[in-house]
Design a protein around this ligand. Structure first.
Ligand code: PLP
Length: 395
């Protein structure tokens, strides 16, 4: 066999793969598996956004665009930041990518040198550590458990920073926990970061509008305006507008960092799809009323799922602030089942015994948990909760 790179050997196959593969196998064998693993809204892209894409095709917007995005989309992004976040950026501070995922990958590739460290709070989105590793970096994982609503403290952040720290990643509201930092919590983290002027902050705001906490959305650049000049805000249309397949994300931040990210993108993929960019202009500039009903549905499902989970024996789930995920502690429930001693084993057991597929917490860096996506119908959720309750029993 052809020898593979040292680089590719650094990243592990995802621990979620076993469960996903098992679920697919069982489905193929005719079992009625309910999937609670989805990382995307179950809604269709709003009609006016799709119509803008069709119009773009007919208008001949089918050629390469500038690497960093069409002027129309960059203007829409500038207007979005001003409207929703009170943040102002010049055009050369904005980069449009093929998903927020590519923006983040560009970011790591642009600022990391071998051995540089990235502070990643756990539970984390699965890709952060692997992206850091692919960029020759070293992930420094900071664990925040359920008792702290899965949010790191200023003390924890300070303790994790070394003279090799290049980037701190913040994701709020969070995948997989659904919790969000308050403005006061961002201010406390900001105080620490102020003492370390060489650190770049990556703020992953991809779930921004899917939020129902008592206070309005905030990120570190909004809470600490003096830190905005070394914060790269990453966002996109995937989750807010049910547009995961369109693959449009964007980043805004210091011009030199954005310029370096653009350079990397220019030598890997060039511009994101011209048609998807046209659709995203309509998403950002058009009727924002399409978001509310989706968020309302997510919240109703959240309330239902959290209540049902907490009524199960050995399961404890805190209420989230947003997103479409719940991250219950299943360690006691797990211990009560013979032969199950990891959350990965539990996830496999639940597929076979309850025909419910969910993602084990280990995948997100905090074990003893499971991630449940409620981006599926209430009918599916009711069935899934009945099935889980049958396995765990009632409190
Ligand atoms: N960031 C987080 C926290 C996510 O959960 C996801 C998607 O799952 C992304 C970024 C990437 O989103 P996209 O590449 O679809 O814009």
């Amino acid at each position: 066999a052809i020898e593979l790179s040292e680089r590719v050997g650094r990243v592990q196959p995802s621990p979620t793969m076993a469960v996903t593969a098992r679920a697919a196998e069982m489905r193929a064998a005719g079992h009625d598996i309910i999937g609670l693993g989805a990382g995307e809204p179950d809604f269709d892209t709003p009609e006016h956004i799709s119509a803008a894409a069709i119009q773009a095709i007919h208008d001949g917007q089918t050629r390469y665009t500038p690497v960093d995005g069409t002027p129309a989309l960059k203007q829409a992004i500038q207007a979005k930041f001003k409207r929703d976040n009170g943040l102002e950026y010049d055009a050369n501070q904005i980069l449009v990518s093929t998903g927020a995922k590519q923006s983040l990958y560009n970011l790591f590739m642009a600022v990391m040198s071998p051995g540089d460290e990235v502070v990643i709070p756990a539970p984390y989105w699965v890709s952060y550590p692997d992206m850091a590793l692919l960029a020759d970096g070293v992930p420094r994982i900071v664990e925040a458990d359920q008792s702290q609503r899965f949010k790191i403290s200023a003390e924890q952040l300070e303790a994790a920073i070394t003279d090799r720290t290049r980037v701190v990643v913040l994701n709020s509201p969070s995948n997989p926990t659904g919790t969000a930092y308050t403005r006061a919590e961002f201010e406390a983290l900001g105080e620490v970061l102020r003492r370390h002027p060489d650190i770049l902050i990556a703020s992953d705001d991809i779930y921004e509008p899917i939020l129902w906490m008592d206070e309005p959305f905030c990120n570190i650049a909004m809470a600490c305006p003096d830190l905005a000049e070394r914060t790269v805000v990453v966002n996109g249309v995937s989750k807010s507008y049910a547009m995961t397949g369109w693959r449009i994300g964007y980043a805004a931040g210091p011009a030199n960092v954005i310029g370096a990210m653009k350079k990397i993108q220019s030598q890997s993929t060039s511009n994101a799809s011209s048609i998807s960019q046209a659709a995203s202009v309509e998403a950002l500039n058009g009727d924002q009323g399409v978001i509310g009903p989706m968020v309302k549905a997510f919240r109703e499902r959240h309330d239902f799922v959290v209540e049902r989970l907490n009524a199960m024996k050995g399961v404890s789930c805190i209420a989230g602030d947003g997103t479409f995920y719940a991250y219950p502690d299943v360690s006691e429930a797990m211990a009560a089942i013979d032969g199950i001693d990891t959350d990965t084993a539990l996830a496999e057991y639940l597929i076979s015994e309850a025909n419910v597929a969910l993602v084990p917490g280990t995948a997100f860096g905090l074990s003893g948990h499971a991630r449940i996506s409620f981006a599926t119908s209430m009918e599916n959720l009711e069935k899934a909760m009945d099935r889980l309750e049958k396995v765990f029993g009632r409190e």
